[in-house]
Design a protein around this ligand. Structure first.
Ligand SMILES: Nc1nc2c(c(=O)[nH]1)N[C@H]1C(S)=C(S)[C@@H](COP(=O)(O)OP(=O)(O)OC[C@H]3O[C@@H](n4cnc5c(N)ncnc54)[C@H](O)[C@@H]3O)O[C@H]1N2
Ligand code: MOO
Length: 422
C-alpha cells in the first residue's frame, strides 16, 4: 500500500515504542555463542564461565621479603648461615634445622623448618664466622613473619571471577594467577558503520548546504568503549538500492547506520531495509531526541547469526542519544551480559527542575556536580556542544523531574562520570 510521507510519519508515530519497550527488545537479542579463547584474546569479553583457582594460591609458602629464612630461637652466637642461598625465586632450598638460616629473595618458597623471614635490613652478618643476628627489637622473629602462606589468597576450587563478569585486564591477571590458559567467553560483537547524507563532509569547514560529519570519525572509538569491535566505516550517498546492497554484504553482528531514518524522499534507510528484506524490531521510539531510531534484523544468511541493523538519526545529539539509550543495551546483550538493562544506569539527584520533552521521554545531557545533575547548555537535537560537556543522559519522564528528586541517568561512555556521583 502506497502512503504519502505524512501518512508514513503518522504510522511511524503510532508504531513508536516506549523507551523501556525498545530497551527490552534490544536486551532480548541473543548473545554471541561462547568461544574458548586464549587469555590475551579474551580480555574485554564477558565470561561465559566462572573462573576458579586450579590449585591453592599461592601454591607454596613463600617469602614476602629479601632476607633470611631462620629456624628456631636465635642462638647466643647467632644463626649458622648455610651456603647456597637463593638468588632467584626459582631456587629451591634445603630444609633448615634449629639454629640455621639461609638467604631468600621475595617469592622464594621457604625451606622446610622456616619459622620466619628476617628482612635483610634487620639482619647483622658476621661474614668471617658465617653467623647471622637480628637487630634488637625487630618484629621479624615472630612465627610466620614475612611468610606468604600457601592458599592465603584462594583455596583450590575457590571462585575468583563469576560468569557474566567482564574480563577486564585486572581480572585477566587474576585468571592467569589461577592458572587459566584459555577461557570460555562471548566474543566481542563486531560492528560496521555506514554514514549517509550527501551533504556530509569529513574534513574542512562546511559551506552552504554542507555539514561536518559528527559521527564517522568518532563512532569507532565510542563503540569500542561501549564493548563492540568496529571493523569499517563507509559512506552512502542517500541511495537506497546501494544501501540495500551494502546491507546484504555485511558480515558483522551489528551494522550501525547514521542519518536518513526519517520518512522524506531523501531518507534511504527504511526503503533500503525493506529492499533487503529486513524484519523491523523497533520502528521508532517515543523519546526526544532520537525518536526515529530503528532496529531491524537482516534475513538469515550463511553467518552463525543474523546481522542486526541499528539505524541512528542524523541529528548529532539525536543519533548519540539513541546510541546510548538503545544501542548500549543491544551491544551488552550481544556481548553476553547477564543484566543488559540494569548494568549501566544510576539514579542521581536532580539539582534543579528537569523539564519534560514536548512528547514522550526526554533524553537530556546533564553535567554532574556535588549538588546533583543539571542540564548541559546547548542540547537541541542538532547540537553537539551540550553533549560534549555532559557526563550522562538523564531519562526525564513525561511529567518532568522536580529539583531534589532522583532521576535515572545513563552514563556517557568515555565521558567520566565523577566517582562521587550518586
Ligand atoms: N517532517 C519531519 N521531519 C523531521 C522529523 C519528523 O518527525 N517529521 N523528525 C526530525 C527529527 S526529530 C530527526 S532526529 C531527524 C531524523 O533525520 P534522519 O535520521 O533522516 O537524518 P537526516 O535527515 O539524514 O539528517 C538530519 C540532520 O542531521 C544532519 N546529519 C546527517 N548526518 C550527519 C552526520 N554524519 N554528521 C552530522 N550531521 C549529520 C543532516 O545534515 C540534517 O541536518 O529528522 C527530523 N525531521
Ligand atoms: O527526535 Mo529528533 O531525534 O528530536 O532529533
Amino acid at each position: 500500500m502506497l502512503r504519502t510521507v505524512h501518512e508514513q510519519a503518522a504510522v511511524s508515530r503510532a508504531e513508536a515504542l516506549t523507551l523501556e519497550q525498545a530497551r527490552s527488545i534490544a536486551a532480548a537479542q541473543p548473545a554471541r555463542p561462547p568461544q574458548q579463547l586464549p587469555l590475551e584474546q579474551a580480555i574485554g569479553c564477558l565470561l561465559a564461565q566462572a573462573v576458579t583457582a586450579q590449585q591453592p594460591i599461592p601454591h607454596s609458602d613463600t617469602s614476602a621479603m629479601d632476607g633470611w629464612a631462620v629456624c628456631g630461637e636465635q642462638p647466643e652466637e647467632g644463626w649458622q648461615m648455610l651456603p647456597g642461598g637463593a638468588t632467584s625465586p626459582a631456587d629451591l632450598l634445603p630444609a633448615l634445622g634449629p639454629g640455621q638460616a639461609i638467604e631468600v629473595v621475595t617469592g622464594t618458597p621457604v625451606p622446610q623448618g622456616t619459622d620466619s623471614v628476617l628482612r635483610s635490613e634487620h639482619a647483622v652478618i658476621h661474614y668471617k664466622a658465617q653467623r647471622l643476628r637480628a637487630v634488637p627489637g625487630t618484629g621479624d622473629l615472630q612465627p610466620g613473619r614475612h611468610i606468604r602462606p600457601r592458599g592465603a589468597e584462594a583455596a583450590q576450587g575457590d571462585q575468583l571471577l563469576a560468569k557474566g563478569q567482564r574480563l577486564t585486564p585486572l581480572r585477566g591477571a587474576a585468571a592467569a594467577v589461577a592458572g587459566c590458559d584459555t577461557l570460555a567467553v562471548h566474543p566481542t560483537p563486531t560492528v560496521r558503520i555506514i554514514a549517509t547524507g550527501t551533504e556530509v563532509i569529513t574534513a574542512g569547514l562546511p559551506g552552504p548546504g554542507q555539514v561536518r560529519d559528527s559521527f564517522s570519525m568518532t563512532l569507532p572509538a565510542l563503540l569500542t568503549a561501549m564493548g563492540a569491535a568496529p571493523q569499517t566505516v563507509s559512506r552512502n550517498q542517500d541511495d537506497p538500492t546501494a544501501l540495500a546492497a551494502a546491507f546484504t554484504a555485511v558480515d558483522t553482528d551489528l551494522l550501525v547506520t547514521v542519518g536518513g531514518t526519517a520518512h522524506s524522499a531523501a531518507d534511504p534507510v527504511r526503503p533500503a531495509l525493506a529492499e533487503a528484506g529486513a524484519e523491523t524490531l523497533i520502528s521508532s521510539v517515543d523519546m526526544r531526541p532520537g525518536h526515529p531510531v530503528t532496529l531491524a534484523r537482516l534475513p538469515p544468511r550463511a553467518l552463525p547469526h543474523n546481522t542486526l541493523v541499528l539505524a541512528l538519526p542524523g541529528n548529532p545529539l539525536a543519533g548519540y542519544a539513541a546510541l546510548i539509550a538503545v544501542g548500549q543495551v543491544l551491544i551488552d546483550a550481544l556481548a553476553g551480559a547477564v543484566d543488559p538493562l540494569g548494568m549501566r544506569q544510576q539514579y542521581l539527584r536532580a539539582a534543579q527542575d528537569l523539564e519534560p520533552a514536548r512528547r514522550g521521554t526526554r533524553l537530556l545531557p546533564v553535567t554532574v556536580d556535588p549538588g546533583g545533575v543539571r542540564p548541559s547548555a546547548h542540547h537541541s537535537p542538532h547540537m553537539m556542544r551540550g553533549l560534549a560537556q555532559a557526563a550522562a543522559l538523564a531519562v526525564v519522564p513525561s511529567g518532568g523531574v522536580p529539583a531534589g528528586a532522583q532521576v535515572r541517568c545513563l552514563p556517557l561512555p568515555t565521558q567520566e562520570l565523577p566517582l562521587w556521583a550518586g
